[in-house]
Design a protein around this ligand. Structure first.
Ligand SMILES: Cc1cc2nc3c(=O)[nH]c(=O)nc-3n(C[C@H](O)[C@H](O)[C@H](O)COP(=O)(O)OP(=O)(O)OC[C@H]3O[C@@H](n4cnc5c(N)ncnc54)[C@H](O)[C@@H]3O)c2cc1C
Length: 323
């Protein structure tokens, strides 16, 4: 039965930021290695730009070979330039399954690559493909309210894996590293400045997120969120109205029109749980809700709920965690 996959090979795009491979890419690598195992083939990675860490060590995630292209023009991701290079590399390597993380860069590059290679794309995959009868991938649809099983019939298949949907699997071993011989063209867009949020856990990669809503009444009360976040090494987030009225910066806004996150623990304080908010957080592994209204819709999505006044409950939680 596996015979038909003999010519398949799996290529994983490993996203980097400031020379470091992102955590989401390690999930994609672990996932890709397992996909390769299912297809009875090997998995290879592609890293673009000047990476400071030892890329051979990525072999520990099951990758046999890493294709690199060191060039400072590639240090900032340019979707068009990246797409062209990955398309050329994938064609040269003969990759038939190409895997991305469904993060910012994966969302930008995977659809472009899909058009360029005439490849079927499953974005937002949440599980390994079923290869027993075709190539069927389970993905989130309707902002995480339902699943779809998508059958990919094109010769080249692209999957973008939802962050936190697959566990990082680190073993041992090193990968062979080969430099790609592909010309890098000048990006059409020039990055003139990057304003970074410093000193905080990046929201998109955080394992724990503490989030506040309008129930906290005003920015002067945000220590109830930030103190717990500090004690747990967590990132902070907020509902959209909180960012709209400038209680918190916009990069903290999660939901349908904000960032979609999938931490292991999402702590929602004084947030009603509107469908547009849930759309960005309902992939969290465990949801804890604190709300004084027992009818708040968020309780339906919660794993643990506390019906109570955040101004009474939170100081006790913070004190207990600090102890
Ligand atoms: C097109 C569209 C897109 C949208 N996109 C987003 C999005 O991306 N993200 C998003 O968040 N929203 C989004 N919204 C808005 C969304 O519909 C809700 O209005 C919003 O999420 C409500 O924010 P909230 O829960 O903080 O505030 P509220 O709805 O005002 O809820 C406050 C909650 O706090 C509770 N509370 C009050 N006092 C206390 C207390 N002392 N202790 C404990 N609990 C207390 C209340 O019981 C209530 O449940 C969108 C809306 C539209 C129409």
């Amino acid at each position: 039965m596996r015979q038909k996959f003999l010519n398949m090979s799996v290529l994983i795009f490993l996203d980097q930021s400031e020379g470091h491979i992102k955590k989401n890419s390690l999930e994609a690598a672990s996932y890709g290695a397992k996909v390769a195992e299912l297809l009875n083939t090997t998995s290879e990675g592609i890293v673009l730009g000047n990476v400071t860490e030892d890329v051979a060590a990525l072999g520990a995630y099951g990758l046999k070979k890493i294709h690199t292209l060191k060039n400072e023009l590639l240090n900032n991701i340019d979707d068009q330039v990246y797409t062209k290079i990955i398309a050329e590399a994938a064609t040269n390597i003969g990759a038939t399954v190409i895997i991305f993380s469904n993060n910012f860069s994966g969302k930008a590059i995977a659809p472009r690559l899909s058009a360029k290679l005439k490849a079927g794309l499953v974005s937002g995959a949440v599980a390994l493909p079923d290869v027993t009868n075709g190539f069927i991938v389970k993905k989130n649809v309707f902002s995480g309210k339902a699943f779809a099983n998508v059958s990919v019939k094109s010769p080249i298949k692209i999957i973008s894996l939802n962050p936190n949907a697959y566990k990082i699997n680190k073993g041992e071993g090193t990968a062979e590293v080969v430099e790609l011989n592909i010309a890098v063209e000048q990006p059409k867009v020039k990055v003139t400045a990057v304003n970074k949020v410093v000193g905080e856990v990046p929201l998109s990669e955080a394992e724990i997120v503490i989030s506040g809503g309008r129930g906290l009444k005003g920015p002067e009360n945000w220590a109830l969120v930030t103190d717990l976040a500090k004690a747990l090494g967590a990132a902070t987030a907020c509902s959209r109205p909180v960012a709209d009225i400038d209680w918190r910066p916009h990069h903290e806004h999660v939901g349908q029109t904000g960032l979609a996150i999938a931490p292991n623990l999402y702590f929602a304080i004084g947030i009603s749980g509107a469908i547009q908010h849930l759309a960005g957080v309902n992939r969290s592994k465990v949801i804890v809700v604190i709300n004084k209204d027992p009818e708040a819709p968020f309780f339906k999505a919660a794993d643990y709920g506390i019906v109570g006044d955040a101004f009474e409950v939170m100081p006790k939680i913070i004190e207990a965690v600090k102890k």
